[in-house]
Unconditional design. Sequence first.
Length: 282
Amino acid sequence: MRYEWDRDPDIIEGEYEVIDEWDAGGTHDSWENRDIRLDPSPPHVTYAILGLNVAVWLVMSFIGTVFDINLNYQLVYFGAKVNELIATGQYWRLFTAMFLHVGVMHLLFNSYALYVYGPIVEKLYGKIRFVIIYVLSGMMGSLFSYLFSPNPAAGASGAIFGLMGSLLYFRRRRRTLFQRAFGPGLFIIIGINLLFGFIQPGIDNWGHIGGLIGGFLAANAVGLYRERRLSDKAVVWALIVIIFVLGLWIGQRKYGKMVMYIEGLHQGPAYGVLFYGEERGM
């Protein structure tokens, strides 16, 4: 994809995730009386994030309709990942991009994936740790997309891949229970989704990879629900900080020379770019 600053694209590509039609509720039941602590309350945080994603899409669509704003402009102004803008210091886009979606189908696919995996991870890690994992995964997905993909992107899939990454930490801590609950299925799902991301146009797979890595690191940093192991967590937190600091520094050097092409963005120039629903895609 090229940056086409002087015209709107004919289409805006979103990304559609391949996800497993697996009933998470049955897995919850299979964990009863096992050697593991679960958050006993309903997965309210998962449902709150789902609601937030839908609300942001509705508000963005409403404003776009009322003021006749092109979808590309909507995504940019609401905080999508655009490398040159991040290089100018708009680092908050690494966070906001995970709550935006490129069309209703993109939103529906990501919402379903979050509905499947969110309650499981929230039960395993508890609400506060779940939020940390979700946010760090989404931002790590944005960071990898920023570093390795030139295309603008938006979507929750970096964070959703992070939830799957956090389940790999669960495997590390409770291998036998993981095998009983998931078997090889999780690895197959991850592999299929990454393969699909490489062969299907319009998907920023770097956001997926970054989210997966971010989820695994974040899970190592916070631990399972009421897990008290603190000896190695400081090292993991330091690694996460180093990745973000180094990534932003590399991105600044990589995209700094391109900033001249968007210096007039806030004065309202034509901004026609092709958005990829990566991020981070699902």
